[in-house]
Design a binder for this molecule. Structure first.
Ligand code: PEP
Length: 258
C-alpha cells in the first residue's frame, strides 16, 4: 500500500530435498511467468526461502527470473569457530538477497531471544541481505491482552539501534504464533491494527520517512482465497507464507490474488 512494493515470501521451513526444491521453484516460476501471463513487472516482489541445503538447486531453477532467493536463518558472525552456523557472506555467495530472522519457531523451539535476534538482524544488514524480521504474540499473550506489548517489544528491541536507512530496509512480518500453521488466520482488521501499531513504533524510533517506507507483512495461515482481505489493508504490504508456499501453483495464485 501507499507506494510500497508488495512482497510475498514463501517459507519452506524444513521441507524439500535439493531436487524437489528445484521442481518447486520451477513450478512457482511457471505459475508466475506461464500461460496465465506474466505478473506485471514491478507489481510485486516474490521471494522463496528453501532450507540451506536446497538453496543452490533453487537458485539454479530461478536463474534469470525476477524471483528472489532467501534463507530461513543467518549466523551473527561472518566467519569463525561457530560449528553448524551459516553466515551472511555464505548466503550471499549462494545468491540469497533475503533472510528470515527471528521466526517464532526459532524463538520457541531453538531458544532464540530478542538479543540473539537483534545480532542476527545486524549481521544480515551488514552482510547486504534484506532481513525479514518476524514478530508475534502467542495465544496466551493475546488472551491476556498483551498483543501490542509483546509485538512492539520484540520489534523495538530489534530496530531501536539501527540507523533510519537501515531500518527502512528491514521487512517486518507480523506473525501471530497461534495463526501459524493452524488454518486460523487473524482477521484482516486485527492484523491491520497491529501493523499500524508497528508502523507508528517505527515512526517514533526512526521518523516518518522510514515509517512510510518500511514494508510490513502479515503471516499465519495465508492462502490464495484469503490474501485479498489482508492486501486491502493500508498498512499490510504483503505476506510471509508457510504451508501454502509448498504448492507452486497455489503460491503463484496467491501472489496473483494479492
Ligand atoms: C510461517 O511459518 O511463517 C507461516 C506463516 O506459516 P503458515 O502460512 O503455514 O501459517
Amino acid at each position: 500500500a501507499a507506494g510500497r512494493r508488495p512482497l510475498f515470501a514463501g517459507n519452506w521451513k524444513m521441507h524439500t530435498l535439493p531436487a524437489e526444491a528445484a521442481r518447486l521453484a520451477a513450478a512457482v516460476r511457471e505459475g508466475l511467468e506461464g500461460p496465465a501471463g506474466p505478473v506485471p513487472a514491478g507489481a510485486a516482489e516474490v521471494v522463496l526461502c528453501p532450507p540451506f541445503t536446497s538453496l543452490a538447486t533453487a537458485a539454479e531453477a530461478l536463474a534469470g527470473s525476477g524471483i528472489a532467493l532467501g534463507a530461513q536463518d543467518v549466523a551473527w558472525g561472518d566467519f569463525g569457530a561457530f560449528t553448524g552456523e551459516v553466515s551472511a557472506p555464505m548466503l550471499r555467495a549462494l545468491g540469497c538477497r533475503y533472510v528470515i530472522v527471528g521466526h517464532s519457531e526459532r524463538r520457541r523451539l531453538l531458544g532464540e531471544d530478542d538479543a540473539l535476534v537483534q545480532r542476527k538482524l545486524l549481521a544480515a544488514l551488514a552482510g547486504g541481505l534484506v532481513p525479514i524480521l518476524c514478530v508475534g504474540e502467542d495465544a496466551a499473550q493475546r488472551q491476556e491482552g498483551r498483543t501490542a506489548a509483546v509485538v512492539l517489544g520484540q520489534a523495538a528491541y530489534a530496530l531501536a539501534g539501527l540507523e533510519p536507512e537501515e531500518a527502512a530496509r528491514v521487512v517486518i512480518a507480523y506473525e501471530p504464533v497461534w495463526a501459524i500453521g493452524s488454518g486460523q488466520p487473524a482477521t484482516p482488521a486485527d492484523a491491520q491494527a497491529v501493523a499500524a501499531a508497528i508502523r507508528r513504533l517505527v515512526e517514533r524510533l526512526h521518523g516518518p520517512a522510514t515509517a512510510a517506507a518500511v514494508r510490513i507483512l502479515y503471516g499465519g495461515s495465508v492462502k490464495p482465497d484469503n490474501i485479498g482481505g489482508f492486501m486491502a489493508q493500508p498498512d499490510i504490504d504483503g505476506a510471509l507464507v508457510g504451508g501454502a508456499s509448498l504448492d507452486g501453483t497455489a503460491f503463484a495464485r496467491l501472489v496473483r490474488e494479492g
